[in-house]
Write a protein that binds this ligand. Structure first.
Ligand code: ARG
Length: 464
């Protein structure tokens, strides 16, 4: 009798002996796929209700299975569930415990399904839940950024290109740049969610089933929009996880750039901002240190998130249809990336909420490096009707003059200016201050405080 030998209880019918110890170890996924227990039980309950509704199993068996599944969920959540590597994965653990609890009816639950459609369903549900959680966390981060933007809509700071002072901007504008990025990240996650929200359950092993199942019913019960259309595709693609990892990677890159800015801003050389004590660490040897560890770790964890995307892309790239066991390796990178994302977003939100901005230092820095040179060139175009290229040239000569004298553009006298371009008038000094420069950039999407406040108001409405 199959049940009497060492072989697997659930699929061992044709096996005379059990697996080698190393086979068991390479095969088992329970150490990580137990994360799917809630989705696995929800999907099994939906499947069971459908089997009853379609008359494939009796109502009595269905009820026994349902109650057993609820009990198992309780046991897992209470930490009273015994894990056995011989049972490979979460699906077999749940089914085998069900057999212990309800006896024979348990054996009917697997009618018209396979672990292949089961895992595809569980994993989609898990990725969907994760996207929903991440979306909420990202909207909190946007709110934190918006708060800082509102408080600093007119706070001057240098804008950089090549990390060289370029033109003055406002700190609020800088924060709003990240609000936009995170907004697109959320858009990508929501696109992913829309596409993944189809029900693979009922695709069975790969070809569908001869039982009169109702896939629309299980789709509705699990919150899917519809059943998937092709059984082979349903059990063999993981593009929903790849899309999630792609969206997560792009988002992580955004967080990493902001993290890098926090590292730079909080350095003694910049002193633009100060991280709170709760988000700084000290050094065991240098008493003066306040290290931006959380920002550095966000920057670094981006590596593992992008690495997870890479891992799964490579796992999938050579697989013939339909399911291959390779696909069991889809979970760890996805779980790991999701956990890292949750940590990074929460840490970034905390840092942004607590960030202290050093306004005097920022304002002073905003005026260095001839940051208003473009304003001077624009003035020449607007007031002397000069072609921009020539204005650029004239301004360049004035910058050189100021540089040689070790002063700012606004420290040059009118006579100095006229020695280069005799059309220049006293009025030019009106555009050389940082405040005027920023206030003049009123184009849609520009850094003028009034534009920044409009952008903040629009986002507040979107987030409400
Ligand atoms: N643990 C497996 C996985 O995560 C479940 C599917 C197993 N299917 C199979 N045909 N062996 O991929």
């Amino acid at each position: 009798m199959a049940d009497d030998n060492e072989s697997n209880k659930l699929w061992g019918g044709r096996f005379a002996g059990g697996p080698a110890e190393i086979m068991e170890r390479i095969n088992a996924s329970i150490d990580f796929d137990r994360k799917l227990y809630a989705q696995d039980i929800a999907a099994s309950k939906a499947h069971c209700a459908m089997l009853v509704a379609t008359g494939i199993i009796t109502a009595e068996d269905g009820e026994a299975i349902r109650a057993g599944l609820d009990q198992i969920k309780g046991e897992i959540e209470a930490g009273r569930f015994y894990l056995d590597p011989a049972l490979e994965d979460i699906h077999m653990h749940v089914e085998s415990r069900l057999k212990e609890i309800v006896g024979d009816p348990a054996g009917r639950l697997h009618t018209a399904r396979s672990r292949n459609d089961q895992v595809a369903t569980d994993f989609r549900l898990w990725v969907r839940d994760t996207i929903d959680g991440l979306d909420g966390a990202l909207s909190d981060l946007q709110r934190a950024l918006l708060e800082r933007a509102e408080q600093h809509a007119a706070t001057l700071m240098p804008g950089f290109t090549h990390l060289q002072v370029a033109q003055p901007v406002t700190f609020g504008h800088h924060m709003m740049a990240y609000v936009e990025m995170i907004g697109r990240d959320r858009g990508r996650l929501s696109d992913t969610r829309k596409r993944l929200n189809e029900n693979p359950l009922g695709s069975a092993a790969l070809a569908g089933t001869s039982f009169p199942i109702d896939r629309h019913m299980t789709a509705a019960a699990l919150g899917f929009d519809r059943p998937t259309a092709n059984s082979l595709d349903s059990v063999s693609d993981r593009d929903f996880a790849l899309e999630f990892l792609s969206a997560a990677s792009i988002c992580a890159v955004h967080l990493s750039r902001l993290a890098e800015e926090l590292v730079i801003w909080s350095s003694a050389q910049f002193r633009f901002a100060r991280l709170s004590d709760s988000f700084s660490t000290g050094s065991s040897i240098m008493p003066q240190k306040r290290n931006p560890d959380a920002a550095e770790l966000i920057r670094a964890k981006t590596g593992r998130i992008v690495g997870s995307l890479n891992t799964l892309l490579i796992v999938m790239k050579g697989l013939p249809l339909a399911y291959s066991k390779d696909m069991q390796e889809d979970k760890e990178p996805t779980f790991d990336a999701a956990e890292a994302m949750a940590l990074c977003v929460a840490a970034m939100t905390g840092m942004i909420r607590d960030l202290e901005i050093n306004e005097p230092v920022l304002a002073k820095a905003a005026g260095t490096g001839f940051a208003t040179a473009t304003d001077l060139a624009d003035w020449l175009v607007q007031n002397l009707n000069m072609p921009f290229r020539r204005a650029h040239h004239v301004t360049g000569a004035l910058v050189k003059m100021a540089e040689d004298r070790g002063c700012d553009l606004s420290d040059l006298s009118l006579a100095d200016m006229r020695s280069v371009e005799d059309g220049i008038t006293e009025a030019v000094f009106g555009v050389l201050t940082v405040e005027k420069s920023v206030a003049s950039r009123r184009s849609y999407g520009g850094t003028a405080p009034e534009r920044v406040r409009e952008a903040i108001a629009a986002w507040k409405e979107r987030l409400a």
